[in-house]
Design a protein around this ligand. Structure first.
Ligand SMILES: Nc1nc2c(ncn2[C@@H]2O[C@H](COP(=O)(O)OP(=O)(O)OP(=O)(O)O)[C@@H](O)[C@H]2O)c(=O)[nH]1
Ligand SMILES: [Mg+2]
Length: 198
């Protein structure tokens, strides 16, 4: 899939901000803080700076909507599970995520759950996975930062992750080298096409 355009639409911090954004297939990018959600979006749209990424975990604090090719939305969500983020802020983020992921007002065609392949699935990821399954959300699991380890170690980690998550969509990825980009875009394009036929 060729990305022709990518624009910031708006930032969402509460329930009143969501209305009117259900016209296009929407992909929500979630994951623990610092796993590379913003970087993955930048790599997908071939831009260095569409989405602010940072070495300070917890930088993304609102849900940022981007319109891609006038065809779908990418929603960049704040990261969860970072102990150094102040408790009050963590609670606020947790509430925002739970509302966003669970609300029937929100259109989400698939959740792109990003993990760091070198770290694997953490307790907080399992909690989110359980929530998403309970809600019946479609999940694409993206194992990011494969460039940081050798091939053998990545393969080992991938099979460990595969064992736990079973036959769901799982893509080894690097926002840095763009490995996995075409596969992820094709998968999202397929999901978007299916939705448009319904
Ligand atoms: N080597 C490598 N580094 C990456 C990759 N993806 C992201 N990073 C780095 O990881 C750090 C965090 O990236 P972000 O994209 O800001 O992560 P995030 O998940 O959006 O973080 P929050 O918004 O704070 O939750 C940055 O220093 C990125 O440069 C990758 O594929 N490979
Ligand atoms: Mg971010």
């Amino acid at each position: 899939m060729i990305i022709r355009s990518a624009q910031f639409v708006k930032g969402i911090i509460g329930t009143t901000d969501i209305s009117g954004d259900t016209d296009k297939p929407t992909f929500a990018f979630v994951g623990r803080s610092n796993v590379g959600k913003s970087s993955v979006i930048n790599s997908l749209v071939n831009r260095k700076d569409l989405v602010r990424s940072s070495s300070t975990p917890g930088r993304t604090q609102q849900i940022n909507y981007f319109c891609i090719n006038d065809k779908f939305y990418f929603a960049d969500l704040p990261g969860y599970g970072y102990a150094k983020v102040p408790l009050r802020q963590r609670v606020k983020i947790q509430k925002l995520l739970a509302w966003y992921l669970g609300s029937s007002e929100v259109r989400i065609d698939a959740v792109v759950l990003i993990i760091d392949v070198n770290v694997g699935l953490k307790e907080s990821d399992f909690e989110v996975l359980e929530l998403l399954h309970a809600l019946g959300r479609k999940v694409i699991l993206v194992a990011n930062k494969v460039d940081k380890s050798g091939k053998t170690s990545v393969q080992k980690q991938m099979s460990l992750i595969r064992k736990v998550v079973g036959p769901s969509d799982l893509i080894p990825y690097s926002a840095k080298t763009k490995q996995g980009r075409e596969e992820l875009l094709a998968l999202m394009d397929g999901i978007a096409a299916q939705q448009q036929c319904v």
